[in-house]
Design a protein around this ligand. Structure first.
Ligand SMILES: Cc1ncc(COP(=O)(O)O)c(C=O)c1O
Length: 464
């Protein structure tokens, strides 16, 4: 094989396997060695490149003036680094136990490919579409909330974009927003980026402690609550039936807007479908967000926000000032996928595969020792079956100091994990970690947990 020049991109793992006749594990080990010794550089999201010797780099320009020109905001936006572990591709040789996106083997690739082929033939698919989205796709989302279609859906390029829009459109800078503790770090980033202040509300194994809402409203004047009532990320809890009804009652009593992030509606492990909060909300308190990026593929960035009344109008106005519409080709593709007769079969296979991976991850983590699956209030959860979240384990790790850097230690061992401190508003506990069973295959997961164990060992003994 020809050796490239500095700056050249390394062939993919698959190409290297084919050319050298070796296993994926051998390629990954070799590449991580090269990265460790500085001979190649892994650039997240771009690939792996032959390192450029320092003396050949052009002199760096001095851009420090930009920090002054941008003002305080330049410092605020470093928050985006919090999303790095779940958004970016891991460098070659690193095992991904951080991302919640199912890997390619779990995506309905042939279904997507036929949907794209059919979509490109549809007249007008490269033209414009209404800002709120294509009518049939909107109807599909609306009917999934209630068959009468009281809600008006707005098609968005993914759930994260939907969260950012909702907080910008419905709150004013300085507003306090109630969030579950812990909660999805991406929502916290969107809340803070909109100039809002997250107010943590406790959770337990039945989800949000709705009995604490009154106190949070009284103390902070909150008008908005962000919640994931089904398969909460990261704890896996779902809001109990009793609390769902109580929450809608409290929203009516206090005039609250509930932002319902129904981020993996399609993935309930046992396939049981408990309707969204929006379906039991007669007076329009719930703004419902649903994304297809986990059940189809992360690159099919299609999600919807659904609301009624003045909330729906406000969302539509703010959205059309920022971005005219999501690509009609993508909308058409998503519609063809979710309405295909092959879609239910894909969801069944996906759920079974995720369940198997989750059980495997749980077994391996137990063998490791020194970690405990916990609910939001720190109670031990005896088995992953008690938490129906299909994608993650939320663990408390014993024996670590408060300022540990578990993520860096794990990366040094070649595994990417999400550490808990960015997911706990109002606390900086370094004791939690979220391990995902979505992005790594069975073999990779086994190796990934071993590497994670070595990282824990390194931190506990203080030896790198
Ligand atoms: C709870 C939650 N909400 C929203 C999102 C955004 O996902 P996407 O932008 O891929 O739809 C994620 C991504 O992991 C998530 O975990």
């Amino acid at each position: 094989m020809a050796i490239g020049r500095p700056g050249d991109r390394l062939p993919s793992v698959r190409q290297l396997m084919a050319e050298l006749g070796v296993s994926p594990a051998t390629v990954r080990h070799a590449v991580s060695d090269l990265v460790r010794t500085g001979r190649v550089e892994a650039i997240s999201g771009s690939g792996t490149f032959i390192a450029i010797p320092q003396e050949r780099l052009p002199p760096r320009s001095d851009t420090s003036w930009q920090t002054l020109a941008l003002g305080a905001d330049a410092l605020e936006h470093h928050e985006a680094r919090i999303l790095e572990p779940i958004r970016s591709l891991v460098p070659a040789g690193v095992i991904d136990l951080a991302s919640g996106y199912p890997d390619e083997s779990l995506q309905p690739q042939s279904l997507i490919a036929s949907a794209v082929r059919e979509s490109v033939r549809r007249p007008g698919v490269f033209g414009r579409v209404a800002s709120e989205g294509s009518e049939p796709l909107r109807h599909w989302f609306e009917e999934n909330i209630d068959p009468e279609r009281q809600h008006r859906a707005l098609i968005m390029p993914g759930g994260q974009a939907a969260l950012a829009l909702v907080f910008r459109a419905l709150c004013l800078p300085g507003d306090a927003v109630m969030v579950e503790s812990p909660t999805y770090a991406g929502a916290l980033v969107a809340i803070r980026a909109a100039g809002l202040v997250p107010v943590p509300v406790p959770t337990d194994s039945d989800g949000l402690r709705v009995d604490q809402i009154g106190a949070a409203v009284a103390a902070n004047g909150c008008r908005v609550l962000y919640i994931q009532p089904r398969f909460h990320n990261p704890t896996g809890a779902s809001l109990s039936a009793e609390r769902r009804t109580q929450l809608i009652g409290l929203a009516e009593e206090h005039g609250l807007i509930i932002v319902e992030d129904d981020w993996i509606a399609d993935l309930a492990l046992d396939g049981k479908y408990v309707g969204p909060l929006a379906s039991i909300d007669p007076h329009g308190h719930v703004v419902h967000i649903r994304s297809l990026t986990k059940s189809i593929a992360p690159g099919i960035r299609v999600a919807a926000i659904a609301a009624v009344g003045a909330l729906a109008t406000r969302l539509y106005q703010v959205r059309s000032a920022e971005d005219f519409f999501v690509s009609p080709l993508l909308q058409e593709t998503a519609l063809r996928v979710v309405t295909s007769p092959r879609w239910p079969g894909h969801l069944r296979r996906l759920r079974v595969a995720l369940q198997q991976r989750k059980s495997q991850l749980w077994e391996q983590v137990q063998r490791l020792g020194g970690t405990q699956m916990v609910s939001g209030d720190g109670q031990a959860i005896p088995s992953p079956l008690h938490s129906v979240s299909p994608l993650h384990l939320w663990l408390r790790v014993e024996g670590l100091g408060p300022d540990n850097d578990l993520r860096s230690a794990a990366l040094r061992q070649g595994v990417s994990v999400v550490t808990g401190s960015d997911w706990l508003p109002g606390s900086s506990s370094g004791k939690h970690v979220r391990l995902s069973n979505a992005a790594a295959t069975k073999d990779e997961m086994a190796e990934g947990v071993d590497r994670f164990g070595r990282a824990l060992q390194e931190l506990r003994t203080g030896r790198a």
